[in-house]
Every structure is written in C-alpha cells, then in structure tokens.
Design a protein around this ligand. Structure first.
Ligand code: G1P
Length: 277
C-alpha cells in the first residue's frame, strides 16, 4: 500500500467575500488570532505525515510563498533585539524538512482544474487535498482520520459531515448505502455539486480528500458544470463507475473560513482556549 506523502492545497481563489481585506493580501493569509489560516491547514497535513506540500496558486498569492520561506532579515533583527522565542514561531521546526512547491493556475477554472495542475507532481500516488478555507479542529486531525480510513479501505476517501438543510446547496453532497457503514465510513453511491433542490442527503463534502491518482484520468477533458467551472465532484462521480470511494464522517469542529461568519466563529472558538475564557 502506498503511503500518503503529498498534499495539494488549492489557494488561487480571489477571496471576494473579504474585500477590502483581501485587496492586497491573500485570503489564506488572514490571521486566526496570530497565525494565518493557511498555516493551520499546512500544520494539519504535516502532523499527519505529509512531506510534500503543493500549492496551486496565482499571481496575487506571493505572500503564501514568502510565509513558508525563510526571512533572514527578520530573524537577524529578532536575534539582535533579544527576541529569540519569536524566531521559532517564524521558522518552525515541523516545516524544516517539508518540500513546498508552487504551481500557478493562470485562470480560475474551478477546483477540478486546480487539482489537475498537480498531475505531473503527483504521478501515480494517492494524495491528499486540503481546502484551507475549511478549518477543522480536532485531535486526531481530519486529514489524519481520512488517511487512517484510506489505510483500512485502500481506496479514495472523502471527508463528509452533516450540514443543516438550508446550507446543503453550498457543498458537494454524497448519497450513500447506509447498510454498509463501518466506523462512520460509508460507500458512496453518488455525489453531486451544490444541489439547488433534491439534495441526495445531508452529508456534505467538507474540504478534505484522499484520492487515488486515477482522478486525473477523469479530470482531463472534463467539461465545466456548476458555476461554469471544472468541478472535482464531477470527476469523483465518474471515478465511482470504476472504483470504490468511501465517505468518512470525521470528528471535529468545522468552520467555513471562506465566509465572514465562519471566520469570526473560528477566532472565537480558538480564543476560548488561548485566553482561558
Ligand atoms: C468546494 C467543492 C465542494 C465542497 C466545498 C467544501 O466548493 O467544490 O464540493 O463541498 O469546497 O468547502 P467551494 O466552497 O470552493 O465553492
């Protein structure tokens, strides 16, 4: 069985809902207290054993590249002013041996198109996808839970959770065979992107995937659909005809940090622990 060592992070999106805050900085760099949103996601991946991080980025996202690079000037200044503890914060040990790669997505053609930009780096290996907007707090982390499920079932795994009926149209939604469920893991029957009506269930796809590299076969030449974009959901649906895919109902607190409401709730939630409130 192949180990999951690579994770793809699509980060080319515009962050329109946070304008004007995101006029000059990427939405992924917005802080959740003192750490940018993207660092929570990368930390989650690295703690789950990922050693190669592939960002699908765009020309407005250079700050992400800088964030995971060394900043010698700042380090020197911190050392000379006796603030050595901060050096550990900007140059974290856990990221020391991690390989960061950046691929530019020139036009925003959707999540499926973004993932396709990593095909040459993934090649024949199963890999993880993390959507940083979906902040999921738990130990073990959501992606660790999915990797464990992948080891158990040896197939693609999609992170899902129940969402209220009035929110289901914002997500990819799966339909399952409830009779075959083990440890909150279900065999997928179908998957649809953002159903306006007749959602097949209340189980939404929430920003974490472990996929077989076969997904690229279905992503190649896939026609745009919902929102005029190439959807990863459509490729997963096609893959279902040829191989099994499971949905894992993960444990964890989910915050949609792509929305202002979810973003503020994430800060409130983490602040409780940080400041013992
Ligand atoms: C994407 C996916 C969708 C998934 C969602 C999770 O949509 O296309 O299937 O449910 O992420 O956040 P987006 O939120 O990028 O529109």
């Amino acid at each position: 069985m192949k180990t999951i060592t690579k994770a793809v992070f699509p980060v080319a999106g515009l962050g329109t809902r946070f304008l004007p805050a995101t006029k000059a900085i990427p939405k992924e760099m917005l802080p959740i207290i003192d750490k940018p949103l993207i660092e929570y996601a990368v930390e989650e991946a690295v703690n789950a054993g990922i050693t190669e991080i592939i960002f699908i980025t765009s020309h407005t996202k250079r700050a992400i590249e800088d964030h995971f690079d060394q900043n010698f000037e700042l380090e020197e200044k911190l050392i000379h002013s006796g603030k050595k503890d901060f050096v550990k914060k900007i140059n974290r040990d856990i990221f020391k041996d991690i390989k960061f790669t950046y691929v530019r997505q020139k036009t925003q053609n959707g999540l499926g198109d973004a993932i396709l930009h990593a095909e040459h780096l993934i090649q024949e290996e199963p890999f993880a996808i993390i959507l940083a907007d979906d902040l999921i707090i738990n130990n073990p982390s959501c992606i660790s839970q999915l990797i464990e499920t992948y080891k158990e079932h040896q197939c693609s795994v999609i992170g899902v959770n129940e969402v209220p009926e009035n929110e289901i149209e914002k997500y990819g939604v799966i339909s399952i065979d409830k009779s075959i469920s083990i440890n909150n893991t279900f065999f997928l029957k179908d998957i649809v992107e953002k159903p306006k009506t007749n959602a097949p269930s209340n189980l939404a796809v929430v920003g974490r995937y472990v996929l077989s590299s076969k997904i690229f076969k279905y992503l190649n030449n896939l026609a745009p659909s919902v929102g005029g974009e190439v959807q990863l959901t459509d490729a997963i649906k096609l893959m279902l005809d040829d191989e099994k895919v499971v949905g894992h109902m993960y444990e964890g607190e989910h915050f949609d940090c792509g929305s202002r409401h979810g973003y503020v709730n994430a800060i409130k939630y983490l602040a409780k622990d940080m400041f013992n409130e």
